[in-house]
Ligand binder design. Structure first.
Ligand code: DGJ
Length: 724
């Protein structure tokens, strides 16, 4: 149940686990009083005393009092010396902003945010706090939504210019959160190509620290996410407070430890890639940020995010449906294929039980390598003389669905599209544009370019029975300039790009509701809640080495559930690391997400092909649990030699345990894993061994799991509840 309680100057939102309290001071200052475990009541005296806010009726901002006051949406210019949430430049060139609460209202449910991905639905309550700066003629509506079924608060701000002059936004964050002590560590997800989302945990030093992207995508380098963990917090216990952004472009996520050992979190658009002119009457909607709280450690935090993703972020037919087991030809052929080669891969795949064949890069224009043709989305008849429709139907006749790769946001200088519309590429006039992977980026701030992009994809999707799209994006921003935007709006381009992209994705997913979309950006370079709103799964990484994937999928699972992670079995030696790992290890790791293959199955020896057939049968049996179960991290690949995690069916009837050891070590005991998330009193039978254990035994005494000889050995066990 969600509740809103107003008592005196306190506005209190809560569900059965968490509370969020705003204290509105005299004169309308919105201070942040509390976020954490559910409170039965909030008495403001103690909070006011701590920050010197006086008894009710006696607050004044004189003498820069705000510099020590926890605030909901601090604005620049009033004596606030810490990182702020809002900077507004007035027509006279000054930048002082003073927004005060004028009213509040509460509505049932969750409003949509115009033009942006955002959480939705379910039993929820939304507090709308109206603030105004009378001097500037500026209004801000802060939205706070609490959900009944997950310990998450969604926040955003709508900023309006009610004055007669133009105002310029220089910063407009999605979230500011003041935390009253600095006894935390900061946890972020950082990485690069082929090693996305490593877990980084560090003490909070005085000053500002954090992660950001200036790449025009949420990025391979850092995720739009940060968590504060108590130093003693583990996977299974301790307090964690986390924030993530529902956005896919450049962002900033910062934590500031101030001189009084309080911590301020800010999350939102990166101000170096942002600026927005608000003409009289115009408004600006910030992206949404979500805040999670847990006293059950990092697994508790992830449970809140995973539930949020499942119930309030992912939409459409595939939100809760079994995801097809796919085979993708990229690593099998790269650009070098023809129809017969593809059909040969598809025939064997169909025979062992694969459900979807995906044709990757190289099917269009004259693209024999990555130097050309992005933008020319017409089939290359040299490779596919009978066209896409014919190929798709042949694949369908084998019993497989057909999927296709696109990289629609890009334009190759060597393309008919560029020759016809050089001004459609993002560029700074007069400068030679800098290429990335020999390509430029389309200027999606332009309506005509978005229109072209929609039709380029929609026409192909209408021309053949295509059930799946892999939507790739393989370079980041440079030469940020638009041939169409006036000088005073050039700063708006990075965010306008995202709005253009989102508008096309909204249209395509609405017009092609039966297509499963998978997001990709050189692997997992745009793995964020914004893309998840349009596309229910994301290719986790171009690195398919099973040992690397243990780390990548572990880090990804902090925020994202298994059903969001594309993960495939690829050939050995692995194309990214050169390492050879056993087939069962590659399969055990890959089946912990949206399972598939990234190789030519014809090249496997007969006994491995049989193993593949059996794995596919097992994945089909366990798919509901593997994708939509409750995911528990057990042994961290960042901390030791073993990786283990457990997925427990939502109704608890079964669970799948995955264990992978990195390096064989002689003369050591087999690992004993203490499981999580089972019923203490239930009895479980392990299918593969026939052994029976109590839930309490498995979670407290642990399970000893022997592994085969050799590096990268792995086991996957199925636990069935047998007492019910
Ligand atoms: C990058 C992706 O991550 C790969 O899986 C593949 O689709 C290539 N692009 C194709 O160019």
């Amino acid at each position: 149940m969600t509740e809103f309680i107003r008592e005196g100057s306190s506005l209190h939102l809560r569900n059965s686990h968490v509370s969020y309290v705003i204290e509105v001071l005299e004169g309308g200052f919105a201070t942040h009083a509390y976020f954490g475990k559910r409170l039965e009541r909030f008495h403001p005296q103690s909070f006011r005393r701590r920050y010197g806010l006086g008894e009710q009726g006696s607050f004044s901002v004189q003498n820069c009092a705000l510099n020590h006051t926890p605030q909901e949406y601090p604005s620049y210019g009033l004596g606030e010396m810490r990182i702020g949430a809002l900077t507004v430049r007035a027509a006279d060139g000054t930048a002082t902003c003073d927004v005060r609460v004028v009213s509040h209202s509460v509505e049932e449910g969750k409003p949509a945010l115009a033009g942006l991905p955002a959480t939705f639905g379910g039993e929820a309550k939304t507090l709308c706090l109206e603030l105004k700066d009378e001097h500037l003629g500026l209004s801000v509506t802060l939205l706070y939504t609490i959900f009944d079924d997950c310990d998450v608060i969604a926040r955003s701000a709508l900023i309006r210019n009610d004055s007669a002059e133009t105002l310029s936004l220089e910063r407009a964050d999605s979230l500011c959160l003041d935390v009253p002590d600095s006894g935390w560590e900061l946890l972020t997800l950082s990485g690069d190509w082929a090693r996305e989302r490593s877990v980084v945990r560090r003490p909070l030093a005085p000053g500002v620290q954090g992660v950001y992207s200036l790449r025009g995508a949420s990025s391979l380098i850092a995720s739009p996410f940060m968590a504060l963990c108590r130093p003693e917090a583990t996977e299974t216990g301790g307090e964690v407070l986390a924030a993530a952004l529902v956005y896919s472009g450049s962002f900033a996520a910062e934590a500031e430890r101030d001189s009084r050992d309080c911590v301020r979190l800010r999350l939102g658009l990166n101000e170096q890639h942002f600026g927005w002119r608000l003409d009289p009457g115009e408004s600006f909607q910030t992206p949404e940020a979500v805040l999670a709280w847990s006293d059950q450690g990092l697994n508790g935090m992830s449970a809140a995010f995973h539930r949020l993703c499942a119930a309030h972020v992912v939409r459409g037919k595939y939100a809760h449906a079994p995801r097809p087991i796919l085979i993708n030809n990229w690593e099998a052929t790269y650009f070098n294929f023809d129809q017969e080669k593809l059909l040969k891969i598809a025939r064997t795949a169909a025979d062992v039980g694969v459900e979807l064949f995906v044709l990757d890069d190289g099917w269009f224009g004259k693209r024999d390598d990555d130097h050309s043709s992005l933008g020319d989305w017409t089939v290359d008849r040299r490779k596919l003389p009978d066209g896409l429709d014919s190929l798709a139907r042949k694949i369908n006749a084998l019993g497989l669905k057909f999927g296709l790769w696109f990289e629609p946001e890009m334009i190759s200088p060597d393309s008919d599209l560029y020759r016809a519309h050089p001004d459609w590429a993002m560029q700074v006039k007069g400068r030679t544009p800098i290429e990335g992977r020999f390509q430029l980026i389309l200027d999606l701030s332009r309506g005509d370019v978005c229109e072209y992009m929609y039709h380029a994809v929609a026409d192909i999707l209408s021309s053949a029975p295509i059930s799946y799209v892999k939507w790739d994006m393989n370079r980041n921003f440079s030469n940020i300039g638009s041939c169409q935007l006036p000088p005073e709006k050039q700063r708006e381009l990075p965010h306008r790009y995202m709005l253009g992209l989102y508008s096309v994705l909204e249209r395509l997913t609405r017009d092609f509701p039966d297509v499963l979309f998978e997001s990709c950006s050189s692997g997992g370079g745009r793995f964020d809640l914004g893309m998840l709103y349009y596309m229910p799964q994301t290719w986790c990484s171009d690195d398919t080495d099973a040992l690397c994937r243990c780390q990548i999928q572990w880090g990804t699972s902090l925020v994202f559930p298994p059903f969001a992670m594309g993960s495939h079995v690829s050939a050995v030696p692995n194309h990214q690391t050169g390492r050879t790992t056993p087939l069962n290890t590659r399969a055990n790791v890959a089946m912990s997400g949206c399972f598939g293959f990234e190789l030519d199955l014809n090249k496997l020896p007969a006994e491995e092909l049989e193993e593949v057939r059996k794995v596919i049968q097992r994945v089909k049996r366990l798919r509901e649990t593997l994708l939509y179960g409750r995911f528990h991290r057990l042994l961290s690949p960042f901390a030791g030699n073993d990786t283990a995690w457990l997925t427990v069916a939502q109704d608890g009837h079964e669970a799948v345990l995955m264990l992978t050891r990195t390096q064989a070590r002689p003369n050591t005991d087999p690992p004993v894993i203490r499981l999580s998330g089972l019923e203490e009193k239930a009895v479980y039978r392990i299918e593969e061994t026939g052994e029976t254990y109590g839930g309490d035994e498995l979670m407290n005494a642990g399970l000893c799991v022997p592994l085969a000889w050799g590096d990268a050995a792995s086991v996957s066990l199925t636990l069935k509840r047998v007492d019910a």
